[in-house]
Design a binder for this molecule. Structure first.
Ligand code: COA
Length: 248
């Protein structure tokens, strides 16, 4: 059903994955997470691929988890979203990401598992779990503070407020920004292509060293977060928030 929403294409040593559900701001469904996992596995398995590049093919990066899917699909520790997060965190090959427009919820937390992130000057980021009666996922309860500092992590996760590219850059959530969407995609892709000219072994060893000691903790945190998240989904306030959005 979702195959057309996630596409992957190999070009020399680069594997490019695009999220293509523009009419719903690239909100991600369980099936789409499944397809993302499949695409990441293809890229990891292929010895010719050295670098993975992720972006959307439209104005926004992702409005986060599809809220209708939260209502319709059972969430548990073995849901595709958890498989997706674990496979992102476990990637051996470098992952470069280009963000355009909105990056909401997992649209922002997945960036914590990317090695290099670039965004448009006018992108908008948020981790608004609190507004839905939910809690952090994707190990963001640990990684956001590690990457951006405790003050920012507390602010963003406790208020759920939207922040802009300047703040994301100043807080080291992203590596750089470009004036518009096309430039962001092109420049981020150029950087990924440049990386892919390096030795595959050295790229992977460097990534492994940079992430040393982190991976087990990250996956453990994701699993703990998933238990609390699943409880949150069953609460009346979460159900009311989904209902309010879906019946606007
Ligand atoms: N799940 C399902 N559909 C979503 C979605 C989501 N997370 N985010 C956006 N969409 C859909 C909208 O329902 C709408 O579809 P429709 O045209 O068929 O009605 C379309 O995408 C455009 O969204 P819209 O809300 O009209 O755009 P906007 O510019 O007014 O607002 C947002 C953008 C991101 C502020 C708003 O869409 C939003 O709050 N989305 C929910 C974000 C969220 O809570 N994600 C989960 C975090 S855990």
């Amino acid at each position: 059903m979702s195959a057309k929403y996630i596409i992957g294409e190999r070009s020399s040593h680069l594997y490019e994955i695009q999220i293509c559900r523009g009419d719903k701001m690239n909100a991600l469904t369980d099936a789409m997470y499944g397809d993302l996992v499949e695409q990441l596995e293809i890229a990891e398995r292929d010895d010719a691929i050295r670098v993975i590049f992720l972006r959307s093919n439209n104005k926004h990066f992702s409005a986060g988890n599809d809220l209708a899917d939260f209502v319709e699909t059972e969430f548990n520790e073995s849901s595709n979203v958890i498989k997706f997060l674990v496979s992102l965190a476990s990637l051996k090959k470098p992952l470069v990401c280009a963000v355009s427009g909105a990056a909401v919820g997992i649209g922002t937390t997945l960036l914590l598992h990317c090695d290099l992130v670039y965004a448009c000057d006018d992108s908008k980021f948020s981790v608004p779990f609190i507004k839905l009666g939910l809690t952090p996922e994707g190990a963001s309860s640990k990684l956001l503070a590690q990457r951006c500092g405790t003050a920012k992590a507390n602010d963003w996760l406790l208020t759920g407020r939207t922040f802009l590219t300047d703040e994301a850059l100043g807080s080291r959530l992203i590596n750089g920004s470009y004036p518009d969407m096309e430039t962001t995609w092109n420049e981020a892709r150029n950087i990924a292509v440049k990386l892919a000219k390096s030795s595959s072994r050295a790229l992977q060893e460097t990534k492994a060293l940079l992430k040393a000691d982190q991976i087990d903790n990250v996956i453990d945190t994701m699993r703990k977060e998933a238990i609390v998240f699943a409880e949150g989904l069953e609460t009346e306030e979460a159900k009311a928030a989904f209902h309010a959005f879906l019946n606007r």
